[in-house]
Design a protein around this ligand. Structure first.
Ligand SMILES: Nc1nc2c(ncn2[C@@H]2O[C@H](COP(=O)(O)OP(=O)(O)O)[C@@H](O)[C@H]2O)c(=O)[nH]1
Ligand SMILES: Nc1ncnc2c1ncn2[C@@H]1O[C@H](COP(=O)(O)OP(=O)(O)O)[C@@H](O)[C@H]1O
Length: 209
């Protein structure tokens, strides 16, 4: 086991939540809904990335947008819990991103790809692993095209990765919950249901202080 804080034990508190699944499956949509409804329960782990910000995305809120050099230096300096290359860009969860949320006694939500899932499994973070899956490849492609954030090249890379991801999510014991995001309200209801125990625990502990 690799300790999250370089030797110290991870801070006691609510269990983090990992959301993973193909690009376009609806992870950001679902997690934004969750944080909006329960802003005093959940906090987002803001990852670092070398990809360009999309219109509407904010530095420090959606991601920390950094250069490859800066990111590699921080990784080499041991500042990251995990990192991965996805579709030609670097992504990673810094220790600070997780600690910032946990220090507020909130449930830390990580939106990470499947390499991230594998690497987080080697740490002592002990999150609940949730896989968000699209109803079909065709629907995934339509949603990604309609989102209008990707070039044709980037879209094809995401669809290729999605094939692998959809197989990966079937691996026994990897995810605690697999949610198919068909209608948004149903998927959101299932996500809330899966996290209800943790939500109630955080609500209870924040009432007692
Ligand atoms: N391993 C890892 N993956 C990440 C991290 N942040 C984002 N990702 C994943 O990188 C992929 C691409 O993310 P993004 O460029 O925002 O595209 P989108 O998922 O299509 O909105 C997604 O699968 C994310 O879950 C991170 O810190 N670590
Ligand atoms: N259940 C759904 N039905 C229809 N469209 C959806 C649904 N969930 C998400 N979307 C849309 O699909 C696109 C991809 O969702 P997004 O949350 O960006 O995925 P991810 O974060 O997994 O890449 C977005 O344009 C979003 O508005």
């Amino acid at each position: 086991m690799r300790d999250l804080c370089g030797g110290e034990k991870a801070m006691a508190g609510p269990r983090p939540v990992v959301l993973s699944g193909p690009s376009g499956a609806g992870k950001s949509t679902l997690l934004k809904k969750l944080i909006k409804e329960y802003d005093n329960v959940f906090g987002f782990s803001v990852s670092h990335t070398t990809r360009q910000p999309r219109p509407g995305e904010e530095n420090g809120k959606d991601y920390h947008y950094v250069t490859r050099e800066a990111m590699q230096m921080a990784i080499d300096g041991g500042k990251f819990v995990e990192s991965a290359v996805f579709s030609g860009n670097m992504y990673g969860t810094s220790k600070a991103a997780v600690q910032d949320v946990q220090a507020k006694n909130l449930i830390c939500i990580l939106d990470i790809d499947m390499q991230g899932v594998r690497n987080i499994k080697k740490t002592d973070l002990n999150p609940i692993y949730v896989s968000i899956q699209p109803p079909s490849m065709d629907i995934l492609e339509k949603r990604l095209r309609d989102r209008k954030t990707e070039s044709e090249e980037s879209l094809q890379k995401r669809l290729n990765a999605a094939h692998v991801d959809m197989e990966f999510s079937k691996e026994e014991g990897l995810f605690d919950v697999v949610i198919v995001n068909d209608t948004l309200e149903d998927a959101y209801g299932k996500l809330k249901g899966a996290l209800l125990e943790e939500i109630n625990q955080v609500k209870k502990s924040s009432m007692s202080v």
